[in-house]
Design a protein around this ligand. Structure first.
Ligand code: UDP
Length: 358
């Protein structure tokens, strides 16, 4: 029996871990130990995902959250090291691009524990993003690189990673989308409780530091979403960081309907029925594509190039404005059909590879 230590801490990682944990258990030859760093910790940003998605209770909860990047990552390093030292897993599995990903990669590699990175090779080519730094370091320290897309494979090849470390497995968020589709469809009651109709509202999310921590960009996003809401209801499940920054900047939404962060099933229900989605989230851009809902990405670039190239997503920079016009022109538009995110069996492919005898 192999022991795999999975390190997660933030909302998107709980969603990614759900199909992979299930696939690991199904191999019958892997014991997974789940370590939650605590980066996202409250009921709406963490607990709800474990409950809804049937993820096992974490074996270790490090309770690290808040503070700047240095303090948070430092505390994670300090807390993770003794846990991994004691556990001595055969491999550490990390996901995505958060501080929890970075800390997991650093601690494991210094303890000579092999690391596998799910969602490797993703690049925005913008090193001002903390996520980009985390990805670059995590990829360097991983001996198995699970790439979600052909673009990610090409990025890794261009950076000189040898092809025997790269595994093109597809995207585990697509697995999750398929696995939870039916249960999410049964949660469309959330539209009634918000008071919106299918196909007659725009769903928005904002949480990237480049938008929330830049008062000018935040102001542009608020004014543009307010403009969109003059014509069509806008629903914004608000990330705690964004709520905090709006308060500090003395900004507020009046027409836009803000709601607390929702669980995954409600989020999928809202995404799949929207007329358009405006977001700076990586996962939400992809999910818009999964449900074939036109998307406007509130950023200067995107790692998920395929969604733009296929015509389902367009960039609207909060530096230059134009978001309201981009949303108006996205509504009713359609892109080209393609399946750049695999066949919904990425988690099974990942589990098979990590369960192999080394
Ligand atoms: N999500 C959710 N509830 C919300 C907002 C987002 O369940 O209120 C889900 C969303 O469906 C997607 C994931 O969280 O699966 C995306 O996470 P986030 O936007 O926090 O991070 P990113 O994908 O940008 O790393």
């Amino acid at each position: 029996m192999k022991t795999i230590a999975t390190i997660v801490g933030a909302r998107p990682q709980f969603i990614k871990v759900a199909p992979v944990s299930k696939a690991l258990a199904a191999t019958g030859s892997v014991k997974e130990v789940l370590i939650h760093t605590g980066q996202h910790f409250d009921a709406s940003m963490s607990d709800v995902f474990f409950e809804e998605l049937g993820i096992a209770k974490p074996d270790h909860h490090l309770g690290v959250n808040g503070g700047g990047h240095g303090a948070m990552t430092g505390a994670m390093l300090q807390q993770l090291e003794p846990v991994l030292q004691q556990l001595r897993p055969d491999r550490v599995l990390i996901y995505g691009d958060t501080n929890s990903t970075l800390a997991g990669a650093l601690v494991a590699s210094k303890l000579h524990i092999p690391v596998a990175h799910v969602e490797a090779g993703l690049r925005s080519f913008n090193r001002a993003m903390p996520e980009e730094i985390n990805r670059i370091v995590a990829d360097q320290l991983s001996d198995i690189l699970f790439a979600s897309t052909d673009t990610a494979v090409r990025n890794l090849e261009k950076e000189g990673f040898s092809s025997d470390r790269i595994f093109s497995v597809g995207d585990v968020m697509y697995d999750a989308a398929l696995q939870f589709a039916e249960r999410a469809a049964a949660r469309r009651d959330i539209l009634d409780s918000i008071g919106v109709e299918p196909g007659r509202y725009v769903l928005a999310t904002v949480h990237r530091a480049e938008n929330t921590d830049d008062p000018q960009r935040l102001r542009v996003i608020v004014s543009n979403l307010e403009r969109v809401a003059e014509d069509l209801p806008v629903v914004l499940p608000i990330h705690p960081r964004t709520a905090g920054r709006l308060k500090v900047e003395g900004l507020a939404f009046s027409r836009v309907t803000t709601i607390p962060p929702v669980g995954y099933l409600h989020m999928v229900a809202l995404e799949s029925q929207a007329a358009a989605i405006a977001t700076d989230s990586g996962g939400v851009q992809k999910e818009a594509f999964f449900y074939r809902v036109p998307c406007v990405t509130l950023r200067d670039e995107t790692e998920w190039r395929e969604t733009v190239d296929l015509g389902w997503n367009r960039l609207a920079s909060p530096s230059t404005g134009g978001i309201a016009q981009a949303v108006a022109s996205a509504i009713g538009s359609r892109g080209t059909e393609a399946s750049p995110y695999g066949d919904g069996r990425s988690a099974v492919a990942i589990a098979k590879i990590v369960a192999e005898p080394s």
